[in-house]
Design a protein around this ligand. Structure first.
Ligand code: ADP
Ligand code: MG
Length: 398
């Protein structure tokens, strides 16, 4: 599954209203009955217009028809959710066009987007469960029975949590992208013009960078937080060039940290394990990549714990509650992330080769009719380069 904006231009105002109605109806109905869609979409033309839109939306895979014993109904697909989120970003003038995909995490799509002025930004689309639910049979969890609804629910939670932490960290002056907006399972943030540490073959002074990354990890701790996935993909290394008075240039490497859905509190029951894992991860990367091993042991959780909230450091681990995430939501998300980690360990191949993603493997009923879109003769590869203007889509609010 990936973001496919091809049908976007062809949707009418009525189609958007009906799509929004299906989303709204999904809050109370796993399958939204047509009568409810009719009521919620409040189209002036009445039922026939709604039916026409339903058929349009189903044709391009934004909603999917499900036949049930009791009644037939529709549910929003991930594609439909993508469209609604993009629509909101477009209306708020945060996104005008969608460009190429820069990263395919297994649990997210990372796209370059631009606003009306052409300023580039990053759109992160959370796809929690994209891997796990391919193997639904082996899933013992509570999510098993209604995978698609749960995907969306969990992905929304992931975006919500990530945005809340990015905002709080940014306000505290941490080197993180600038958060711009969140809608549903997506986030818009500033584009960091820097490769991940993963892609850096050598640095002038590994000891300096190592010390800096450890200092950053301790700074998180001081504010009550553990990143939880402090690895070479989630640390971008920016090169800041400065010129001295005598004209000599020097380069400073500035780490920028990303990816926050799994952040946890220093008070978490397993905090020490997560803290140690983050530390070990950095040590391993530096040993393997730069053959650098620090002579200083640690840092250790028990020491870091004593610094939490010291020197006036604002506690950021309470951010989530303030963002409207309930305890239950936080628990659901944590369970899903933990489950995903376990699967990653059991089935590492599924998570490797970030760019070689075989699309649509998970092809469920919602993708079946995807290819009936009018203009996909250019095929999959070309689609990557296409810049699609979405900023002129009409309002569904009116
Ligand atoms: P995931 O949760 O799937 O790991 P990440 O947020 O870590 O997603 O992003 C995946 C990759 O996308 C990163 O390793 C990085 O290369 C790129 N990326 C993500 N956010 C940005 C950004 N704001 N600026 C530049 N590159 C980014
Ligand atoms: Mg990542």
């Amino acid at each position: 599954m990936k973001l496919d904006t091809r049908a976007m231009r062809h949707l009418t105002v009525e189609d958007w209203k009906v799509l929004a109605a299906v989303e709204q109806g999904s809050k109370n109905h796993e399958l939204v009955p047509t009568t409810i869609i009719e009521r919620l979409s409040r189209l002036k033309g009445g039922a026939s217009g709604v039916h026409r839109s339903i058929s349009n939306l189903a044709k391009v895979g934004l909603i999917a028809k499900i036949k049930e014993q009791k009644y037939d109904g529709y549910r929003l697909t991930y594609g439909g959710l993508d469209y609604l989120a993009l629509h909101t970003h477009a209306q708020k003038k945060n996104v005008y066009s969608v460009g190429s995909r820069v990263g395919v995490g297994k649990e997210s799509d990372i796209m370059i987007v631009a606003d009306e002025k052409g300023a580039q930004k990053i759109l992160k689309i959370h796809r929690l469960g994209r891997i796990s639910f391919r193997t639904v049979k082996t899933n013992r969890d509570y999510l098993k029975n209604k995978p698609s609804a749960s995907w969306m629910y969990l992905s929304r939670l992931a975006a919500m949590k990530e945005f809340a932490f990015m905002t709080a960290l940014h306000e505290e002056g941490f080197p993180v992208p600038t958060p711009i907006a969140q809608s549903r399972h997506t986030i818009v943030m500033s584009l960091v013009d820097a490769p991940p540490l993963r892609q850096i073959a050598s640095v002038p002074d590994p000891a300096v960078l190592y010390a800096e990354l450890i200092a950053l990890l301790l700074r998180f701790a001081k504010h009550g937080l553990i990143h939880g996935d402090y690895n070479e993909f989630n640390i971008l290394i920016r090169e800041d060039v400065s010129t001295a008075d005598d004209g000599t240039e020097s380069i400073t490497l500035v780490p920028v940290v990303i990816d926050f859905p799994q952040m946890i509190s220093m008070e978490h029951a397993n905090a020490e394990m997560y803290f140690d894992r983050d530390v070990e991860c950095i040590k391993r990367v530096f040993a393997r990549k730069f053959h650098f091993v620090s002579t200083t042991p640690g840092p250790f959780y028990k020491d870091a714990k004593k610094t939490v909230g010291k020197d006036g450091a604002k506690r950021l681990d309470a951010v989530l509650e303030a963002s409207g995430m309930t305890k239950k939501m936080a628990k659901d998300l944590e369970a899903a992330i933990r489950q995903q980690e376990e699967e990653k360990q059991q089935n590492p191949e599924a998570y490797e080769d970030e760019d070689e993603d075989e699309e649509d493997e998970e092809g469920s009923e919602e993708n079946d009719e995807e290819d009936s879109g009018e203009d996909d003769e250019e095929g999959e590869n070309k689609e990557e380069q296409r810049v699609l203007v979405i900023g002129d889509i009409s309002s569904i609010e009116g």
